[in-house]
Design a protein around this ligand. Structure first.
Ligand code: C5P
Length: 215
């Protein structure tokens, strides 16, 4: 069983995908973490933001996912990749076709090895697993997504103004939805879930009902 969850940054997709995988006992695959890991390597090694340079650098990058942990050449980078800067850089890197090809192959390999998978990202239902058993597209208003992010940052001890975060949300949506390569969009079969006024538990219960019907 493959459950592919795509959606906007801040739509709640990561939180929900993680909890869902835990509840169902499925393997969790965070594809965004892979783009973020490449971004971290690019930033640290001052690699120019050009496709050939990044593709070459990827020969030296080994990405390994284990539950919710992410390893870059055996270093645990799970927390280091969760900054705004890395998120934005990941979005820029994710425009490159050849970079996507390498990461999509890796994602398919992981998917093939695991029996049951919850995979989340931007193109998991459109490109990575077009035959996924269940396809979900998650969204929420830009304002609510910005508010959630401000709260998240506050909990980590950072006070970032709402207006600034809202601007970042708008920019990232534009980058992800308007790019040529694998733009973020629902498929015809996708079940669209708007989480603006929903709790995490409501969304999880809703998806579990869909899984039960498919099993
Ligand atoms: O989901 P997350 O915010 O961690 O992803 C970071 C960035 O990586 C996204 O904004 C998007 O540009 C890119 N990404 C992608 N395809 C995926 C997952 C993430 O292009 N499957």
């Amino acid at each position: 069983m493959i459950i592919a969850i795509d959606g906007h940054a801040g739509s709640g997709k990561s939180t929900i995908a993680k909890l869902l995988a835990k509840k169902l006992g499925y393997t969790y695959v965070d594809t965004g973490a892979m783009y973020r890991t490449v971004a971290l390597y690019v930033l640290r090694n001052h690699i120019p933001l050009e496709e050939p340079a990044i593709v070459k650098a990827m020969e030296n990058i080994d990405i390994y996912l284990e539950d919710e942990k992410v390893y870059l050449n055996s270093e645990d980078v799970s927390d280091l990749i969760r900054t705004e800067e890395i998120g934005h850089l990941a979005s820029q890197i994710a425009r490159f076709k050849e970079v996507r090809k390498i990461l999509v192959n890796l994602q398919r390999e992981i998917g093939k090895k695991a029996k049951n998978v919850v995979i989340e990202g931007r193109d998991t239902a459109t490109v990575v697993f077009p035959d996924a058993d269940i396809k979900i597209f998650m969204t929420a208003s830009q304002q609510v997504r910005a508010k959630r992010r401000v709260e998240q940052l506050k909990q980590k001890g950072f006070n970032v103004p709402y207006e600034h975060i809202l601007q970042k949300v708008i920019e990232r949506d534009k980058l992800d939805m308007e790019r040529k390569e694998s733009p973020l969009r629902p498929t015809e079969e996708s079940i669209i879930i708007d989480t603006t006024d929903k709790t995490i538990d409501e969304v999880i219960d809703f998806i579990i009902e869909i899984v039960k019907k498919k099993e």
